[in-house]
Ligand binder design. Structure first.
Ligand code: NAD
Ligand code: MG
Length: 364
């Protein structure tokens, strides 16, 4: 029996994780739950699972996340917190030798080198939950040395095919209406700007040790193929399935093994229909371009990108800025940022704080 802590248990990935755990009570014991808010749902979860530890983080900083992530009875930490707030728990869990099933991609974006180092130093193991990276990991299966290039798929978001002027003025409801995935509001907006896909390029760079220039993105509106992996001999493997986060969550818990599970819709190629691919419209996704550029710069640049994005997305969701302004704020905040090596948590924190302040100043 493996002990599991779920950080962000009340969110989209958190509740999907509990669905998976409910089907595998013989393998996993839920010992820790944390949420950032939504104490009502957290109370229901506590009543159902009777975990040894539960914490409500709201306003209290990362202390309860770190406590849940480092308990001796925890083997696997599912980090399903959204945003920069998840970073310290990722680092603490890896330093304590845990497996981290990582949904919180922001951890890798803002401090990829520190996260990889924490895993090496503490003997922890980083396994992606993000569907594209789970797909890559499943395709690699022991052939990491022969990796040539990755192709991540993007649905293109809700505004694929829209005129740029209409996208500029898109409403919150339109941005939250994702064509193929139901997710938390922040990542759904990130999927509309494609900032999410830029974060995934950076995430892949750290997870699989490839330069950002060897991680390509292609639009694949059906979201059936999650990733394509090209090997040294030119052979390409892909990972397929109907969109469901429960499969990558389960795989992150059992990797490199596979569990017997009937929880996801069986794949049916005829029902999946035509699978189509298009390039990203050049210049059509400035938040994507800014994010990938920050990944190429490296150091603290991705932390600044992430911070500006979090502020801008928050302002958009609060109705304070139009959709088109998100990318403008990111670009402007990044242009003010002077990147340095992301050599310590303090340096990353300070880059995060100053880019947030700059983005807020731009928002007036
Ligand atoms: P969500 O908003 O639905 O849930 C976030 C969870 O984190 C909630 O439990 C919330 O209470 C908690 N939380 C928020 N702020 C917190 C804070 N400051 N301190 C502690 N806890 C806090 O988000 P989600 O869609 O589940 O996404 C979670 C993470 O997984 C994100 O990093 C996202 O990019 C990533 N991800 C999500 C999906 C998906 O399908 N939803 C897919 C791939 C990756
Ligand atoms: Mg993804």
């Amino acid at each position: 029996m493996k002990g599991v802590a779920v950080l962000g248990s009340t969110g989209s990935i958190g509740t999907s994780t509990l669905n998976v755990l409910r089907r595998h009570r013989d393998r996993f014991r839920l010992v820790g739950l944390t949420a950032g808010s939504n104490s009502g749902l957290l109370a229901e979860q506590i009543a159902e699972w009777q975990p040894a530890f539960a914490g409500l983080a709201s306003g209290a900083g990362p202390a309860c996340l770190i406590e849940a992530a480092t308990r001796p009875d925890v083997d696997i930490v599912v980090n399903a917190v959204v945003g920069f707030a998840g970073l310290e728990a990722t680092l603490a869990a890896l330093k304590a030798g845990k497996r981290v099933a990582l949904a919180n991609k922001e951890s890798l974006v803002v401090a990829g080198e520190l996260v990889v180092l924490a895993a090496r130093q503490g003997g922890g193991e980083l396994v992606p939950v993000d569907s594209e990276h789970s797909g890559v990991l499943q395709c690699i299966a022991g052939n990491a040395a022969a990796l040539r290039k990755l192709i991540l798929t993007a649905s293109g978001g809700p505004f694929r095919g829209w005129e740029p002027e209409r996208v500029e003025r898109a409403t919150v409801a339109e941005a939250l209406n994702h064509p193929t995935w139901r997710m938390g509001s922040k990542i759904t907006v990130d999927s509309a700007t494609l900032a999410n896909k830029a974060m995934e390029v950076i995430e892949a760079h750290h997870l699989f040790g490839l330069g950002c220039d060897r991680v390509d993105v292609v639009v694949h509106p059906q979201s059936i193929i999650h990733a394509l992996v090209e090997f040294a001999d030119g052979s390409v493997l892909g990972q397929l399935g109907f969109p469901s986060m429960e499969l990558p969550i389960l795989y992150a818990l059992t990797h490199p093994e596979r569990a017997l599970d009937n929880g996801v819709r069986p794949f049916d190629p005829v029902a999946a229909g035509s699978l189509t691919f298009e390039p990203l419209r050049p210049g059509g996704f400035p938040a994507f371009d800014a994010g990938v550029a920050s990944g190429r710069t490296g150091g603290t640049a991705p932390a600044a990108f992430n911070a500006a994005n979090e502020v801008a997305v928050g302002a958009f969701l609060a109705g304070k800025i139009p959709f088109g302004r998100i990318a403008v704020v990111i670009e402007a905040a990044l242009s003010k940022h002077r990147a340095e090596a992301a050599a310590s948590l303090d340096i990353v924190r300070s880059a995060d704080r100053s880019a947030r302040a700059e983005a807020e100043r731009l928002l007036g």
